[in-house]
Write a protein that binds this ligand. Structure first.
Ligand code: ADP
Ligand code: MG
Length: 869
């Protein structure tokens, strides 16, 4: 295309722009449309499901094209960006009718999945990562709130971070630096940066933007200095892409995982804190009683960042308690919050110049309510609430100014006038006066014409296309004087203009244009003033968010009759009649359960048949501890919670398959993480660990892990398992206790009671279920005969096995090298095997069907057989 020497000037301009933004779809403004050309047109028409057409660019020459109307571009652009494309908006920079030659055009903004911040659907966020010596220096910017944080994390922690903050786009030098991360988060958009992004200049830019000379001034410590790199990367990227639409960016803040309870990505997912598995509700969905956008974000943050520090928890709990106990104050606060808009987003829009006049009015009204909220500070007497309300700023003079300047019900558009009140600007008032007087003049001119012509039905009118006109109906046309000039003919009337009316029209229209221009200018000035205050308004908004999150915790506690847990610095956990807050919501007769853990009983093996309620019980226990540590009340009759430092979960197989790893491998990765990181003060929930493999592998690993966690780490653990053999650990290891889910047997029928009891049962009730399903009586009878035989055999064998396993602990294997796995490694070093290993390595698990896999395996087996011969 570019080689083509005979291209039109427009195409030349297009190519020049495309060359500057090669990784973007170019939306090229042509009159009332944004057009895409060439390959972009193919992509656009496919993604947007619009017609692919052709543009003529010379004699018999056409290029592919598709277009979207300028006026409804937003929804199309959203779709493109959500589908993972970068979109460069290329605008006409001068009035097409006044341009000499080709109209000047340039890219005014680039929209990417991480930067399209004013779009509610996208909830954009940008993450930049700089990997150095195995550490992840990162920074995260939420463009719609201006939150800008950074720090250094290890590989597990960065996964957890991404789970919590859900950025839409990652900026990184090489994609391979974040491969592990992308295993967990397939759909995050990755932007690989040129090396120019990591140079000296970029750091200078950063310092001058934030008017400082050292990263320490934001509270970063030694060892964290390299955070400057991802922070500067984000800053430059956002400036490069957003140009004059740059949103508010708050001062950088350090983010440190170790302030909070460790909550790995798997725990966030398995406990369904913010997002749930398909079709159900998350914990957040059920407990959210916030009333503002800031509050929602803050409550989510609370849930994902339970506190570790005993006094911090007490502090927050104290404020929640205050709001629980003082109904009228809580209601009053809620009443105020309900009228506050999402100030953080509004500020961001104002800064980026994407705000409408209505946004500013919304901000003004919200700031009035914020002032009311601050006024509540004498009615509260807890430290945290007082502190929040105290740090709220009242922006009296700004409110006053916005009140004085802005119309209360302005139009959405900036350039149509009607935004600014009278009394603000004398030029504006004068022009408006002229316009108004114009009305008087028109009235008297109409009267004069009627008298002059004797046409009583003569009317003066106005429309946008024609301007002013004098309308005379057909029967009166004979009375029209010579100096009327014809403008338009209608079915029943004719329209005319006179010199006098025309000069009036010019005067009025120019006044109108001037009015709009002045209003726009004034508006932009106010906007700038507000933008200048972004940082301060943003800080106030954050405090409002905290107050909102606290009242939400109080509100749900009151609504649901939750109780205040006793938080203490010791080891024990005791929950009386606790329930799962999400499941209970849809199951009013949910059966509550107790949990009691202390140094004598902290590793609980929970058995019971399928569907008996094991998973629910162990998850609810983790959720209750988590709620207690964010300062919330808990869904239980009573609770005493020794503060934990981490909550680990290993539950179900989740989306393991989608990740292309075998279920068992995923399980073991998560187990490795738990075993390596759990301390005596952690809390672990294990659900059916070992299920993804053959009985004996799973059992052995489950057993060995249990021994380790109970004996060495002494960590509070709930282990739901179908391996009855594990109940043998009780009595062998101090602290291990058995529990089971109670079942009511009524002849051959069973009923789940969902009650956790001490001890264990061996029964699996599978045949009961078969009977319930309607399988013939004689088959059921025969099944029982067989079952009894096997159970008897099994019980005998288990006893023997267990005796052996216990006896052999530590002595069974003299040398680890002799283990089957390690022995084979030598053999695998040979060249023939290496060849086979290479072949296996080449396979993309995500890209192979089960049948292909079997065939492949068969081939491999044949080859091995050959070698071994
Ligand atoms: P398991 O893990 O033992 O197979 P689940 O915990 O998945 O069982 O529970 C299965 C179903 O039983 C749940 O979906 C819920 O409908 C019901 N259930 C679980 N616990 C309770 C309870 N405490 N009270 C009432 N129903 C419950
Ligand atoms: Mg289960």
């Amino acid at each position: 295309m570019k080689e083509d020497k005979n291209i039109t000037p427009m195409l030349a301009q297009y190519h020049k722009i495309k060359d500057e933004y090669p990784d973007c779809l170019i939306l090229y403004r042509l009159g009332d449309f944004y057009e895409m050309f060439y390959e972009d047109a193919h992509v656009g028409s496919k993604v947007l499901n619009i017609v692919l057409t052709k543009k003529k660019v010379g004699k018999d020459k056409y290029i592919p094209m598709c277009g979207i109307p300028y006026h409804s571009a937003e929804s199309y652009i959203t779709k493109l960006v959500m589908s993972g494309y970068k979109v460069a908006i290329c605008e006409q920079l001068e009035d097409a009718s006044k341009a000499k030659g080709i109209v000047k055009r340039d890219v005014i903004r680039v929209l990417t999945p991480g930067t399209y911040f004013e779009n509610e659907k996208l909830k954009s966020g940008l993450l930049a990562i700089y990997k150095n010596k195995g550490k992840y220096f990162f920074s995260y910017l939420n463009l719609s709130t201006g939150e800008f944080i950074g720090g250094v994390l290890n590989s597990d922690e960065i996964v957890s971070f991404v789970g919590k903050f859900q950025p839409k786009e990652i900026l990184v030098r090489k994609k391979s630096d974040v491969e592990d991360l992308l295993n967990h988060f397939k759909y995050i958009f990755v932007t690989e940066l040129d090396d120019i992004y990591i140079d000296e200049e970029i750091q200078k830019e950063f310092y001058s933007f934030f008017k400082t000379t050292h990263i320490y001034s934001f509270g970063f410590n030694t060892g964290e200095e390299d955070v400057l790199i991802p922070m500067s990367i984000i800053l430059r990227y956002v400036r490069d892409t957003q140009k004059s639409f740059l949103p508010f960016i708050g001062n950088p803040k350090p983010y440190r995982e170790d302030q909070y309870v460790r909550l790995d990505y798997s725990a966030q997912k398995h406990l369904e804190l913010i997002t749930s598995f398909e079709g159900s509700f998350s914990l957040f969905d059920v407990i959210d009683r916030t009333l503002t956008g800031m509050g929602k974000r803050r409550l989510k943050f609370f849930l994902l960042h339970p506190l570790k520090d005993f006094t911090d928890i007490k502090n927050r709990q104290e404020s929640v308690t205050f709001l629980v106990k003082n109904n009228s104050i809580r209601e009053k606060i809620r009443g105020i919050l309900d009228q506050i808009y999402d100030i953080e987003r509004l500020v961001s829009k104002v800064s980026s110049n994407t705000s409408t006049p209505r946004d500013l009015v919304g901000l003004r009204e919200s700031l009035k309510k914020v002032k009311l909220l601050k006024g509540m500070k004498n009615s509260v007497n807890t430290e945290l609430l007082k502190e929040c309300l105290d740090s709220i700023e009242d922006f009296d003079w700004l409110i006053e100014k916005l009140d004085r300047f802005l119309e209360d019900d302005p139009p959405i558009h900036l350039k149509e006038g009607g935004l600014i009140k009278s009394g603000v600007d004398s030029d504006l008032d004068n022009l408006r006066n002229i316009k108004e007087k114009g009305n008087d003049w028109l009235n008297s001119y109409q009267i004069k014409l009627r008298e002059e012509t004797g046409i009583q039905s003569l009317k003066i009118g106005f429309n946008k296309v024609m301007g002013f006109y004098i309308e005379v109906t057909k029967p009166n046309l004979k009375l029209v004087p010579d100096y009327f000039r014809r403008r338009q003919t209608l079915t029943n009337a004719e329209r005319f203009i006179t010199d006098e009316l025309q000069s009036f029209e010019e005067k009025i229209l120019s006044a109108d244009e001037k009015i709009k221009a002045i209003e726009y200018e004034i508006f932009m000035k106010i906007r700038e003033e507000v933008a200048f205050l972004s940082d301060r308004i943003g800080k106030t908004a954050q405090q409002v968010g905290i107050v909102d999150a606290l009242q939400s915790l109080a509100q749900i506690a009151v609504e649901k009759g939750w109780t205040k847990p006793e938080i203490y610095d010791g080891y024990d956990v005791e929950i009386k009649e606790g329930y799962h807050p999400v499941i209970k919501e849809f199951m009013p007769d949910f059966v509550p359960n107790n949990l009691k853990m202390n140094k004598k009983s902290f590793f609980h093996v929970v058995t019971g048949p399928n569907m008996a309620g094991k998973s629910t019980f162990i998850r609810q226990s983790a959720i209750i501890i988590l709620l207690a540590q964010i300062g919330s009340y808990i869904p239980a009759k009573r609770g005493k919670i020794g503060v934990v430092d981490a909550i680990f979960t290993r539950i179900g197989s989740g989306d393991a398959l989608a990740k292309g790893l075998s279920t068992f491998m995923v399980e073991m990765l998560e187990m490795a993480n738990i075993v390596n990181n759990a301390t005596e003060r952690s809390f672990i929930v294990l659900d059916e660990v070992g299920r993804g493999t053959s009985t004996y592998d799973g059992l052995s690993i489950g057993w060995a892990i249990s021994e380790y966690l109970a004996e060495k780490v002494k960590v509070k653990t709930l282990f739901a398992t179908h391996y009855h053999e594990l109940t043998q650990l009780e009595g062998e290891i101090k602290g291990v206790k058995n529990f089971y889910m109670d079942i009511f047997e009524d002849g051959e029928n069973i009923r789940f009671l969902y009650r956790v009891k001490e001890g264990f049962t061996n029964k699996s009730y599978g045949i009961h279920v078969a009977k319930l399903a309607g399988i013939k009586e004689e088959i059921i009878k025969r099944a029982y005969e067989i079952l009894f035989y096997f159970e008897e055999q099994r019980d005998k064998k288990i006893e023997e096995d267990i005796y052996f396993v216990k006896q052999q602990k530590g002595s069974y294997l003299p040398d680890i090298k002799d283990l089957p796995l390690f022995k084979e490694i030598d053999e695998l070093e040979s060249d023939e095997y290496k060849h086979i290993l290479d072949e296996i390595d080449k396979i993309d698990i995500g890209d192979i069907t089960p049948v292909e896999a079997l065939l492949f395996l068969n081939e491999i087996k044949k080859k091995i057989k050959k070698i071994r011969k």
